[in-house]
Design a protein around this ligand. Sequence first.
Ligand SMILES: C[S@@+](CC[C@H](N)C(=O)[O-])C[C@H]1O[C@@H](n2cnc3c(N)ncnc32)[C@H](O)[C@@H]1O
Length: 383
Amino acid sequence: MQSSYNDFSKVQSQTINNTMDMVIKSCDIMIENIKFKIGDHDEKNQNQLNPNIIRILDIGSSHGRNSIIPINLIISTVLKQFPNQCFEVYHEDLPENNFSLLFKEISDNKNSYIKLSNQIYFYGIGNSFYNQLVPSNTIDYVFSFSASHWSNYHVSFHYDPDSIGVYCKHRSKEYKQYCIDILYKNFSLRAKELKKGGIFMLTVMNENENENENENENETPTSSTTTTTTTTTSNENNVLYELFKLSKTVWKQMANENLISMNEVDKMIIPINFYRKDEILDSIKMVENDYGLKLISIKLHLQKFSDSHDSMILSDQEKSEILFSYMNAACETSLKNFINGDQTTKDSLYQLFISKFINQIKISPIKNIENLFSYYSIILEKD
Ligand SMILES: C[S@@+](CC[C@H](N)C(=O)[O-])C[C@H]1O[C@@H](n2cnc3c(N)ncnc32)[C@H](O)[C@@H]1O
C-alpha cells in the first residue's frame, strides 16, 4: 500500500462508519460471552475484573488510521465494564505494507486508542490473511474492513481482457465455487484464531446485487439469533468497474506507445471478488459445520459518493479525480507488482499512468458517480 493511504481512504472510513451499529452489537455479544466465561453473569457478583487479556486482531490494516475508529469503540465499550482490562491489538497486512507508517499513526494520532488506557499494547503482523496469523484460540475480536474481498495473489483465471478487475459479470460455476472456497478459507482461519465466544466482523464487496432478484436462491439462515436485513439496490453499473475498465484502457495505450509491454499489461489484475449473498451464506454454512463459526447478522449497504462528499459543489471531473485517488491508494502496490524492472522503473511508469489517467478523465469524466459500490457487512460468532 502506498504512503498516501491514510490521506486517501475517506471512502473506506465511511464504510466503517456505516457499520458502527454492527460493531456495537457484536462487541456487546463478545462482552456477554466473556462475562459468562468468568462467571460474572451474576449481577451481585460483579467484580469488574476479567483476568484474561483481551486480544483484538485487525485484518488488512494498511496504515492504521481507519482501524483506530472501530478499535476506539471496542476498547471504550469494554472499559466501561472492565475498567482495569489489559488489551493487545494486532494490526495485520501483507509484508510489503509500510508498518513504520502504521506504528507512527497509532503512536501519534491524537485520537488513537492507546490514549484510552495505559494497559494497551500494539503489534504488527506482516503476513497474508490466507495464513493462520496467531496461535489458535487466542483472539476475542477480529475485524476486517474493506480487505476480505481481496483474493490471494495466485489466482490465474478470470482475467478480463478489458479491465484490471476480475472477470465476474457472468459468473461461471467454476468462479462461484472459487469464491465460496476462498471465503471459507478466510473464515476457517479466523475461526481457529478466535477464542470460544469471540467475534469476527467483516465487510466484503458485492456486485450491486438486487437481493430480491436472488431471493429464491438464498438460504434463510436457521439460527434464532440471526438477523438478515434486506435492502434493495439497483443493478446499475458499479463505478469501480468503470474505473477498472478505464485503467486497463490507459495501460493498453501505454503499451501501444511501447512504454510497457502488452504482456505485462495483459497480466495486470486487482484480485477483488465481488461476492454474492448465496456464496457468502454457502461459505458460512461450511464454516459453521466445520469450526462452529455461526452467522449473527448480514446486511447489504450501498455506498454513495454523497455519504462522504458534498457532491453538489463538485464537478464531474473533480469527482472522477477524487475517486481515482481512492482507487489508486488501494491498488497501486498490486499494480506495480506486474511492472517489470527495478523500483525506479515501476515508480516512474506508474507516475506516467496517473498523469495519463487524469488527462483521460479531464476529457471524459466518469458520469453517474453517486452509487459507488455495494458491500455486505457480516457478524460471525465462534460457538
Ligand atoms: C482497502 S485497504 C483497507 C484498509 C483498512 N482496513 C480500511 O478499512 O481502510 C485493503 C488492505 O488489505 C490488504 N490486503 C489485501 N490482501 C491481503 C492479504 N492476502 N493479506 C493481508 N492483507 C491483505 C491490502 O494490502 C490493503 O492494505
